[in-house]
Design a protein around this ligand. Structure first.
Ligand code: NAD
Length: 344
């Protein structure tokens, strides 16, 4: 998507703009000449990370950030005139969703419904929704979009509900809203959330602190570099299929043991390990069938694991010491640091 008006850039909205993937998407959209309105909520716990994530785009003449919670603020004025709404805000992570289901339902389902209502009322024609591989549940072979969705975590259930809600709005009679739901497979790269495995493994290697492996290290994930995810997400704004779901993955399934070995290669340091029990909601493996993404989005993952983890480690190395500690604190039971990341 590029700006079609030389004097008035096309405006798009990104929810979850201060988050890991959202902040990269904002940068990608600005690079394409668009005007970007970001929406995110501020909390004392996440403020330092949000500021860090948005450091490169703060002050950009085509970027503005609205601080507010999608569950409460009036959204109509914000989405009015948007050529596309990229809906990335959600509470992510599998493990905490067992204990905090109501919070997940509010942020991931109810807020999505409020946003969709505002989009319909304001005549927005396109929504791109950030769905997740965790909607699939356990799978033997690469998951295709027509395979059954059988999430095994409360988080996965809320992501599936949000996705299906989007599709239901798009399929309503006389609907003018087109929705593309992208099922992201475990995303990594600079600014990856500090609760996620690659961040924690790299931070452990850099700080010489132990990484707790939940399970035996044979769990496999389809890891996707964040720049590839941004490319797919921007491409999704332009496809004309009215209601569709598309996988976005890195193209290979890699075990946590491989990630630990790669962390050693890219940092030059060993990763101290501590054993932990396998966690509820973690599936043994994820892998994406990317056939549809290739056809509809022209998608091809470009960044291999070594290149992506090298960039990720370089970014961590530049963090001030107090923030590096945020990325590698001692494990607690409610953080998503399985081996590798929970399915997402
Ligand atoms: P993140 O936590 O870094 O970003 C999410 C942002 O949404 C945060 O900045 C948060 O403050 C904001 N937010 C949450 N609820 C909100 C609300 N009610 N109102 C306003 N803002 C709110 O997460 P991320 O890893 O960047 O994930 C982005 C999206 O991608 C999520 O929808 C997630 O479910 C999905 N996803 C992520 C991954 C992954 O590997 N990171 C994989 C699959 C899917």
């Amino acid at each position: 998507m590029t700006s079609s008006f030389p004097h008035r850039p096309t405006m798009v909205v990104v929810t979850g703009a201060a988050g890991f993937i959202g902040s990269h998407l904002v940068q990608g959209l600005l690079d394409n000449g668009l005007e970007v309105v970001g929406i995110d909520r501020r909390t004392p716990e996440t403020d330092a990370i949000a500021r860090l994530n948005l450091r490169d785009v703060t002050g950009h003449p085509r970027f503005s950030l609205f601080s507010g919670d999608l569950s409460f603020v009036s959204l109509n004025l914000l989405v009015r005139d948007a050529a596309c709404v990229f809906h990335l805000s959600a509470i992510p992570a599998v493990r905490a969703s067992w204990a905090e289901f109501e919070r997940y339902v509010t942020a991931n389902v109810m807020a999505t419904q409020r946003l969709l209502d505002a989009c319909v009322q304001e005549g927005v024609s396109k929504v791109v929704y950030a769905s997740a591989s965790s909607v699939y549940g356990p799978a033997e072979a690469p998951s295709g979009e027509n395979d059954p969705a059988q999430p095994i975590s409360p988080y996965g259930i809320t992501k599936l509900a949000g996705e299906q809600l989007c599709l239901a709005y798009a399929k309503r009679p006389a609907s003018r809203l087109s929705v593309t739901a992208l099922r992201y497979f475990t995303v990594y790269g600079p600014r990856q959330r500090p609760d996620m495995a690659i961040s924690r493994i790299l931070a452990a290697a850099l700080a010489g602190e132990p990484f707790v492996i939940f399970g035996d290290g044979t769990q496999r994930r389809d890891f996707t570099y964040v720049g590839d995810v941004v490319a797919a997400t921007i491409a999704a704004a332009d496809i004309e299929v009215p209601a569709t779901v598309i996988n976005v993955g890195g193209g290979s399934s890699i075990s946590v043991s491989d990630i630990i070995a790669m962390a050693r290669t890219v940092t030059g340091n060993p990763v101290p390990l501590t054993a932990g029990a396998a966690q509820a909601g973690d599936v043994p493996a994820t892998a994406a069938d990317l056939s549809l993404a290739r056809v509809l989005l022209g998608f091809q993952p470009r960044i291999d694991l070594q290149t992506g983890m090298t960039r990720h480690a370089q970014w961590l190395q530049k963090l001030p010491a107090d923030l590096l500690r945020t990325y590698g604190p001692p494990p607690t039971t409610d953080q998503d640091q399985s081996a590798p990341d929970s399915p997402h």
